[in-house]
Design a protein. Structure first.
Length: 290
């Protein structure tokens, strides 16, 4: 862990982020990120972890204008908060690398929700604690600060999985597989019981309304009535694959789905039709959540 420094002046920050000649990687990317939105990063701090680079505002993560500064919002601001985030991102990157491939996280921690929205555009941060771009993770400070320690680790591993798989530029893979795979990696080792992590879906199953079909793309749209359930359904679909066929089969399914239609991918990776897979997933959801 290396604290790069606190720069009062943006020029100093940019100068200090200049790496060796011709160097790519997180430092030169950070340089570009700051140049894109200098008004957001004036006076920013940069913390370099073993694998991660975190850029944040010293007084950041207070949740935006008018947000109450409750005890849960204090954990992100200042060097201690950013260093904690770098440590978590380093750990998450190790887990992600083992399953989904190498990733060198660049984590952006703007001071307000509005700034997070500007950094994430055209993607939305509404209802999310963080959002992944092609090469970076943008923290929505207000939502992220409300998470527990375990929740922060899950979210970071989830978003870093998206970065490792190129999800932001993937217009082909089914949304349930993109989100389910990221949650599969996110929850690895979290020690959170399935009915707790999938509480909303568990309530529906116990009430006699188990899901009928895998969630479609619209189920994951911001403001969707069953947004939480869609993520839980997707997570359990991937957890089912890893549990029955092994983790490599889940990775194979993901890779096949990036280049084939869903039916072909399921057939090649698991030897199942879409109907067989849906039926087996529904039974798995019932048995895990009843
Ligand atoms: Zn996601």
């Amino acid at each position: 862990m290396r604290v790069v420094w606190l720069w009062a002046a943006l020029a100093g920050l940019l100068a200090a982020l200049t790496g060796p000649p011709g160097a790519g990687g997180p430092l030169s990317l950070a340089h570009a990120v700051i140049r894109e939105h200098p008004e957001i990063w004036s006076g920013a701090e940069v913390v370099q972890g073993e694998r991660s680079l975190v850029i944040g505002r010293p007084g950041g993560a207070q949740g935006g204008a008018g947000a109450p500064a409750g005890p849960g919002l204090a954990g992100l601001s200042g060097l201690a908060g950013l260093s904690d985030l770098a440590r978590r991102a380093d750990r998450a990157a190790l887990t992600v690398a083992r399953v989904a491939g190498p990733v060198r996280p660049l984590i952006l921690v703007p001071a307000t929700t509005d700034q997070a929205a500007r950094l994430a555009a055209p993607a939305t941060v509404s209802g999310l604690a963080a959002v992944a771009g092609t090469d970076r993770v943008i923290i929505e400070p207000r939502s992220f600060a409300r998470l527990t320690d375990a929740g922060r680790d899950v979210v970071l591993a989830h978003e870093l999985t998206h970065v490792a798989t190129g999800a932001a530029a993937d217009g082909h893979t089914p949304k349930w597989l993109i989100e389910g795979f990221a949650d599969y990696v996110g929850y690895l080792g979290a020690g959170i019981p399935v009915p707790t992590a999938a509480a909303e879906l568990a309530a529906e199953v116990r009430a006699g309304s188990p899901p009928a079909a895998l969630p479609g793309p619209s189920s994951f749209a911001a403001g969707s009535a069953r947004l939480a359930q869609a993520y839980e359904e997707a997570w359990l679909a991937c957890r089912y694959v890893a549990g029955r066929f092994g983790e490599r089969a889940l990775v194979t399914l993901y890779r096949e789905s990036m280049r084939s239609d869903p039916r072909t991918a399921l057939g090649r990776a698991l030897g199942m039709t879409t109907e067989e897979f849906t039926a087996a997933w529904r039974e798995y959801v019932r048995s895990e959540l009843s």
